[in-house]
Design a binder for this molecule. Structure first.
Ligand SMILES: Cc1cc2nc3c(=O)[nH]c(=O)nc-3n(C[C@H](O)[C@H](O)[C@H](O)COP(=O)(O)OP(=O)(O)OC[C@H]3O[C@@H](n4cnc5c(N)ncnc54)[C@H](O)[C@@H]3O)c2cc1C
Length: 306
């Protein structure tokens, strides 16, 4: 119930406008977001790299409504790629197609992302296209496939699969047929029962099933979860199948289960932290709150802090 409410609230433009400009909102978001500037996210990335963790940087923003905003978002990602290269950081970038203009004009989004993938290819880097709500699933996967087919772009762009989606097994097969890198996550949006498993046990079981397919595929994938049981199942499967620990990576979100992130690295596994930054943090924060109602205590604490 609470999760559904928070996801619904995450889509409110009015609340978003108020929250993103309030001091309380900014304090609360700082738990999950690494500041608002490129300098701040580069410092956070350096900190992670120093601990042996790699990073995926996300400039927060989604569902932009005018072409200029989309172009500015793309320009910022070009800058991120340049800064990562210039500073010798171990980081790729994650972006959302609706941040690149998908809601306005598909051609514009295609141009923006294609130029970014070409840029990433030129500096031996990688663009992860995040997965949004189900109305974007097919278009996002088509997009990634199309970008991946451009000569020179192989291995420079990857997709995300959500284990709550009933269609995901087939999507994984299609992506693997073209050896496209996948980030596997559970899924963060509210989807109807005809499209998505509703019970945690079903979402988790599908996750484990897909994780095994990914690990056996011989392509470098990301296992994105904070769920200790699934992480243990992944480690056990890798060991049993003699899959090298450097042939895939675990991924987690900035500010969540930092203890576990570091432990995995100490134990010899690869770990990438997804670090979001920017001023448009409201929908991202609301989805994080929805995932763990206990986070609401954290919000309440900030409400009463002076
Ligand atoms: C690197 C990365 C990238 C992602 N990209 C996408 C994407 O492109 N599209 C998409 O739909 N979703 C994405 N997600 C979000 C994902 O779909 C889940 O909503 C989120 O990861 C929570 O699921 P879980 O696997 O951690 O399992 P859960 O069963 O939700 O949680 C397992 C345990 O993890 C901890 N935990 C989980 N979430 C939180 C939280 N918010 N705060 C504190 N503790 C928490 C708790 O201890 C919890 O018991 C991404 C997640 C990660 C880690």
């Amino acid at each position: 119930m609470l999760r559904a409410l928070l996801i619904w609230l995450s889509e409110s433009r009015a609340l978003r406008a108020v929250a993103e400009h309030s001091a309380i909102g900014q304090r609360t978001s700082s738990r999950f977001v690494a500041g608002t500037t490129i300098e701040e996210v580069m410092a956070a990335t350096r900190g992670m790299n120093d601990l042996g963790l790699t990073v995926s940087i996300d400039n927060l923003g989604e569902n932009v409504t005018n072409p200029e905003e989309a172009r500015q978002s793309a320009a910022l990602y070009h800058k991120l790629l340049d800064e990562v290269t210039a500073r010798g950081l171990k980081a790729n970038v994650s972006l959302k197609l609706t941040h690149m203009g998908l809601d306005i004009d598909e051609k514009l989004a295609r141009e923006n992302v294609c130029a970014l993938v070409a840029h990433a290819a030129g500096c031996h880097n990688f663009i992860r296209v995040d997965m949004e709500g189900s109305s974007y699933t097919q278009r996002t996967l088509d997009f990634v496939r199309e970008l991946h087919r451009v000569p020179g772009h192989e291995n420079c762009v990857g997709a995300v699969i959500q284990s709550y989606m009933r269609r995901s097994e087939r999507d994984v097969e299609d992506l693997l047929a073209e050896r496209i890198r996948i980030r596997l996550c559970k899924g963060a949006y509210k989807e109807p029962p005809e499209l998505a498993f509703q019970k945690k046990s079903e979402v988790d079981a599908n996750y484990v099933k897909l994780m095994k397919v990914l690990l056996k595929s011989g392509v470098y994938h990301g296992i994105a979860t904070h769920d200790e049981r699934i992480i243990e199942a992944t480690k056990a499967f890798a060991r049993a199948e003699k899959i090298a620990p450097d042939s895939f990576e675990f991924q987690m979100l900035h500010g969540i289960r930092r203890d576990l992130q570091r432990k995995l690295v100490r134990d010899g596994w690869r770990m990438r932290v997804y670090i979001p930054f920017g001023s448009e943090w409201y929908p991202y924060l609301m989805r994080r709150l929805g995932e763990r109602p206990a986070n609401m205590f954290f919000v309440a604490k900030n409400l009463f802090r002076r």
